[in-house]
Design a protein around this ligand. Structure first.
Ligand SMILES: [Zn+2]
Length: 315
């Protein structure tokens, strides 16, 4: 494993302050999450370099769903919700469902070519493929990519930068919970902007380091996940990145991934804290305080958020 010390990817500042020291995923190591003094971006520093990072993705990390496996009940419910919210059926009811229910909702009228970056075994891309999109994916896991191909997704194996898609090619690019895994989010966003058509839609979902749960749980926040998550964004820091990359934010949807996230966080609390401390976490991070925070701070308090952006026309 090789560690590298890096400057801020957004503003290149080399001054930062430590925020958390956290146990790494997979291995008994500790990683430091720092906050850039200039722009506020949070990132792991020092961090495993590109050639070492795969060691931290356990064999169970990727969702490898074989084409023969049928959808679970949860997936069926999500599929119906997505159809309604995206206007694929029962269009008038779409506005009644909260947009943050799902990570990404691509409206039915979004065009023809769709790329899912980090497509895994291709469930999401295949879903859009069945509804008229010509679907593409990028995936670093060979096994997952082969499952996606079998579902009719045109998959480029490897990193987005190596796929060499043409300029102005896609109507839609989905980047759901991928950006925080990359070593250079700035280059990544510029590449997304390059391959997107003018006025094309990019849907970018990330965990929210300024969320109520992140602030309350601190180093125990389950979504910190270093070094698998190398970066942490807020609406402010990701918004600045997008502006620099030629993408104009059209809207934002909040998602609270409360149950699974809090459950994971409490597993780490269990061994280190008293019962009283655990109870205190429940009281402070439960549904009611989370909802109250969402009412007061809006998108800023949600566990994760999705920016829907359009590629700006060159002026
Ligand atoms: Zn910075």
């Amino acid at each position: 494993m090789r560690l590298e010390t890096v400057a801020c990817d957004y503003c290149q500042s080399e001054t930062s302050e430590p925020v958390y020291d956290v146990n790494g995923s997979e291995k008994p190591e500790r990683f430091r999450i720092v906050r850039c003094n200039e722009c506020g971006l949070h990132f792991v520093n020092p961090r495993p370099d590109v050639s070492s990072i795969a060691e931290y993705y356990g064999s169970t990390y990727y969702a490898h769903q074989a084409p023969g496996d049928g959808p679970t009940t949860k997936e069926r419910v999500r599929s119906v919700a997505l159809e309604i919210m995206g206007g694929y059926r029962w269009r008038p009811f779409g506005a009644l469902l909260p947009r943050g229910l799902l990570d990404v909702v691509v409206p039915a009228s979004s065009g023809k070519t769709l790329l899912d970056v980090g497509c895994g075994s291709g469930e999401r891309a295949a879903w859009y493929g069945k509804r008229g999109f010509k679907v593409y994916g990028v995936e670093i896991s060979e096994q997952a990519a082969s499952f996606a191909s079998a579902k009719g997704v045109e998959v480029a194996l490897g990193q987005l930068m190596d796929a060499n898609f043409p300029d102005d090619f896609f109507d839609v690019v989905i980047v759901a919970h991928v950006l925080e895994h990359t070593h250079q989010p700035g280059s990544y966003l510029r590449e997304i902007s390059r391959i997107l058509k003018y006025d094309g839609l990019a849907a970018i979902a990330v965990p929210n380091i300024e969320s109520h749960s992140a602030r309350t749980l601190g180093a125990l926040w389950a979504l910190l996940e270093p070094p698998v998550h190398l970066y942490h964004f807020s609406r402010s820091t990701l918004g600045k990145y997008l502006g620099k990359s030629g993408l104009r934010i059209e809207s934002c949807a909040s998602k609270t991934v409360y149950s699974q996230m809090i459950r994971k966080s409490l597993v780490s609390v269990r061994h280190s804290r008293s019962r009283l401390a655990r109870l205190s976490f429940w009281v402070r991070t439960g549904w009611l305080p989370s909802l109250l925070q969402m009412c007061v701070r809006g998108h800023d308090a949600s566990d994760a958020f999705t920016f829907y952006c359009r590629k700006r026309r060159a002026s």
